[in-house]
Design a protein around this ligand. Structure first.
Ligand SMILES: OC[C@H]1O[C@H](O[C@H]2O[C@H](CO)[C@@H](O)[C@H](O)[C@H]2O)[C@H](O)[C@@H](O)[C@@H]1O
Length: 398
């Protein structure tokens, strides 16, 4: 093959990547190998760090998470050099900024992401509820519907599923609980560690109270796909997930097709709804033997026709702003219109400010959160310990 690209394999994303690559092969006559990567963003990062630190040219084009540009920049090509200064024109400026490290465009935006709340329209209607505005309301609605559905014979019904495994996805969920309860964003824009506050502690305690009650104990090991599996088989009232789950819940083999609504996530007693900013980008390895050709593939996959196809077919949020005005896109995924503000105001994880240390910061945060969810310590104990751990990491470098 002329090139190798790595793609994620969550939901339908590998298939979508294969289709995009096949279209480019057809257009150019080049051959591309596709390497699929682990579903967990945390595991994917370790894999990439191994490959790149060995300066291996095995993968030319890498799908990289929105929190990685700072971590991987030294191993990535400046795409301004191969695609020109205007390469990223038309994409959300905040994402382009995020992907620009020391003036170098190290990745092209491919899709953006933000946490949203999926709910069972049919069940809320059946029992006379509206989608919850606050986490407290979600807890109450989920508790009541779960109890009533179980009484009516749906023994496997749960109130709320989310990503509770100790990995990057839990950092995103917990950041949403904390930011929407006025607890801040782990580390603030000036690099100050702000996590040890009562609003953060109470947000984590509320989440811990769900486990075993409205959320299965097994959720302590759920990532995106396990949560989707439960919701899509009709066994949950609410689910926190990313937009990709929309198309799959509407597919022919879904038990909940036509019964799902999507709204912004609830907020805490103190704050306003917050969605974690996610998303993926395409980068070219500095060790690629074919940087020009690899850049051409990146330009094609991140271009308008591909982004539109991916939005319509599989609900991947475009990074090209104009596609949010596109009628076909809005018809396929109505909440790209109704939740536009959620996507543009999503809360970033502190990757820009913590630089090379982001991986350690996120690990410390998701492990602390996981220990609260699993009942090992209270929210207050966890955030106090987390503060000293983050201070240690900060003292070493940041
Ligand atoms: O929305 C589909 C994508 O879901 C994952 O990525 C998102 O969650 C990650 C945490 O689990 C987060 O770091 C990333 O920024 C989000 O976009 C999954 O890793 C992707 O493969 C998938 O396309």
């Amino acid at each position: 093959a002329d090139l190798t690209i790595s793609c994620g394999a969550v939901g339908a994303e590998l298939e979508l990547c294969e289709q995009g690559v096949a279209a480019w092969e057809e257009k150019t006559g080049h051959e591309v190998d596709i390497v699929s990567t682990p579903n967990s963003s945390t595991e994917r990062l370790s894999l990439y760090q191994q490959i790149l630190s060995a300066q291996s040219g095995d993968i030319d084009v890498l799908q990289i998470d929105v929190v990685w540009p700072g971590l991987l920049a030294n191993h990535l090509l400046d795409l301004h050099q191969t695609l020109g200064e205007k390469a990223a024109q038309g994409h959300f400026a905040t994402i382009v900024d995020n992907n620009t490290v020391d003036g170098r465009l190290v990745a092209m935006p491919w899709f953006t992401d933000a946490g949203v709340l999926y709910y069972r329209k049919d069940l809320l209607e059946k029992y006379g509820f509206t989608p919850p505005e606050t986490w407290q309301e979600l807890t109450e609605t989920a508790t009541q519907i779960q109890a009533k559905e179980r009484e009516a014979g749906s023994e496997k019904m749960w109130g709320y599923v989310f990503q509770g495994r100790a990995y990057e996805g839990l950092t995103c969920n917990a950041l949403e609980w904390v930011a929407s309860n006025d607890g801040g964003a782990i580390v603030d824009a000036d690099g100050e560690i702000t996590i040890d506050n009562p609003n953060t502690a109470s947000a984590l305690d509320l989440a811990a109270s769900w486990i075993g009650e409205i959320t299965p104990q097994g959720a302590l090991n759920y990532s995106e796909e396990e949560a989707r599996g439960i919701f899509q088989s009709g066994n949950a009232v609410f689910m926190r997930n990313w937009p990709y789950a929309w198309s799959l819940t509407q597919s022919d083999d879904s038990k909940v097709a036509g019964k799902v609504g999507v709204v912004k996530l609830p907020h805490g007693a103190e704050g306003e709804s917050a969605a974690a900013l996610g998303g993926w980008n395409l980068a070219v390895s500095k060790y690629s033997e074919n940087p020009e050709l690899a850049s051409q593939l990146v330009a094609f996959l991140t271009g308008e026709p591909e982004q539109k196809r991916r939005a319509i077919q599989a609900a991947y949020n475009p990074t090209l702003t104009a596609l949010y005005q596109d009628e076909e896109v809005l018809a396929a995924v109505p909440f790209f219109g109704t939740l536009y503000d959620t996507f543009t105001n999503a809360v970033a994880r502190p990757s820009a400010v913590t630089g090379d240390n982001y991986g350690q910061v996120s690990n410390a945060f998701f492990n602390a959160t996981h220990s609260v969810l699993s009942g090992e310590q209270s929210g207050a104990q966890a955030v106090a310990q987390l503060k000293s751990e983050l201070s240690r990491i900060k003292r070493r470098r940041w």
